[in-house]
Design a protein around this ligand. Structure first.
Ligand SMILES: [Zn+2]
Length: 188
């Protein structure tokens, strides 16, 4: 997919709005506002589709308490470690979040196949390892811990995995780039 994007600076918006009784503010458009809230983990309203009108409650932030039995380094940190990761994750937009999640995943060839692939009904193509990146350093975590730290669904990880497996390397696709921009507003 490709998009023609136009970027408006704050000054451009001010110029457009000169003399307008109802100023144009793309950041206030309902869908954009909702999208931003959704990315931030706040309550938002579904505007389109089958579930239109539904209000999705805000995500309950992770407590960071240990709940998994494993001894991976990333699973045995202080609660603050996880709450900080959650906060910085929710400050970026969905594309950037997906990019970050993709960097948490490592796809590996399965070490051994117990069943001959010819006989297996469902063959596991790859195995995955998970980690969180802190100051450029990878700290291994388990899948449960990864999901709980960012409060993302298994489906979201699965989508990213299937995209990675099909060769996609970047998740920044040009849509909804309004969060994170301070002086520039990007209109797809
Ligand atoms: Zn764990």
């Amino acid at each position: 997919m490709s998009f023609d994007t136009v970027r408006f600076s704050r000054a451009d918006i001010n110029n457009i709005n000169l003399g307008k009784r109802r100023p144009l503010n793309p950041l206030n458009w309902a869908d954009r506002k909702n999208k931003n809230n959704k990315d931030k983990g706040l309550a938002y309203k579904v505007l389109k589709g089958r579930r239109a009108g539904l209000t999705i409650p805000a995500i309950i932030q992770p407590t960071g308490e240990k709940f998994c039995p494993c001894k991976k380094a990333g699973c045995c940190q202080d609660p603050k470690f996880y709450t900080d990761l959650y906060k910085s994750f929710r400050e970026i937009n969905a594309d950037q979040q997906n990019q970050l999640l993709a960097e948490c995943l490592e796809i590996q060839e399965p070490k051994s196949r117990r069943i001959d692939p010819k006989n297996a009904i469902k063959i596991k193509k790859h195995s995955y390892s998970y980690s969180v990146k802190v100051r450029g350093r990878r700290i291994p975590v388990c899948r449960m811990r990864l999901l709980d730290t960012f409060k993302v669904t298994n489906n979201r990880i699965r989508t990213i995995i299937s995209k990675l497996e099909s060769g996609k390397v970047t998740f920044e696709d040009g849509r909804g780039k309004t969060t994170g921009w301070k002086n520039t507003i990007c209109i797809p």
